[in-house]
Design a protein around this ligand. Sequence first.
Ligand code: HEC
Ligand code: HEC
Length: 305
Amino acid sequence: MSDFTSNFWSVYVAGLTIVSIIACLLLLWITARKKVVSTSDNTTGHVWDEDLTEMNNPMPRWWMWMFVLTIVFSLGYLALYPGLGSFAGKLGWSQQGEYQQEMEKGRAEIEPVYARFASMKPEEMAADTQAMAIGERLFMNNCAQCHGSDARGSKSFPNLTDGDWLYGGSPEKISETLHQGRVGNMPPMAEAVGSAEDVRNLSHYVLSLSGSPHDSLRASLGKAKFGACAACHGTDAKGNQALGAPNLTDDIWLHGWGEEAITAMINKGKVNEMPAQAGKLTDAQLGVLTAYVWSLSNKPGAAAR
Ligand code: HEC
Ligand code: HEC
């Protein structure tokens, strides 16, 4: 109702409701008074299926009182709860309020659990089964849609279990990633590189860096063009975590590999975003998630799984 700027609709709806209730009462009163003229055998004279006659008995008293009771109930309800236009009701109950109350209750219940983690380092939390169970659930609900339920990612969504990091894998860096989000931005580079042939040659050079299948003649021709890329990916092509520029020598490909994928990267660039979680999850939840993500690549024996 607050969507309306005037209270016309509120009055209209409230009026309709009250008129309907009065109409119910009137109907009850009229039908209770009106007598159907009956024949001497107390039937209405209506006969169906040859011998099914309709008797002319009044409605049972208890039924009438039930009807009256429902009307009284409706008036009581409308006085206490929101129902008459925008009138809030004497109890001040609202869906919004009930939701807030339940959220408060949930927070109060979970607080002592998180309080135990507050004094723990991420490394300690990673060894705590309760913290990791909570972390896994938070991950399933908030992260798995992008990073996969096994956290191994997919094309353009990084694998979080492999120890290879765009922005760094220390608990501090993971926490920063979760709180602020990240935007990886590689601009289109075709112009800086040169002709389409140059771009092809350069992409073979990029493939050669990780020993991926490539044309070595093209790679040697493309090598000189890597200067345009070194500002972000480094002269050794091992990447730059401050920019989220990936290591191009490790044969781990976020956006796919092969001549076609690399030339597309060079020609079109890429903007890839990890949404910030700070407004969505509490600091305590993000602390547990940081430890959970860290544990995925740091548990003893994690690599063997
Ligand atoms: C809407 C999809 C989406 C959701 C939801 C999402 N992420 Fe991400 N995340 C990404 C993308 C895309 C990147 C890579 C950003 C880039 O390429 O610069 C990323 C990057 C990351 C990184 C950095 C990886 C690295 O190599 O440095 C971490 C850590 C991470 N996400 C953890 C999480 C966690 C934990 C959650 C749940 C709270 C989450 N993400 C939710 C899409 C998502
Ligand atoms: C302004 C900085 C910048 C420059 C210059 C730049 N890149 Fe990038 N590059 C990035 C970033 C950031 C990403 C990661 C995008 C993302 O978040 O997914 C990236 C991603 C890539 C990828 C994808 C890697 C993968 O794992 O899938 C390739 C390939 C690549 N760059 C090649 C190049 C080449 C070749 C050049 C030179 C022509 C170049 N880049 C120039 C910043 C840069």
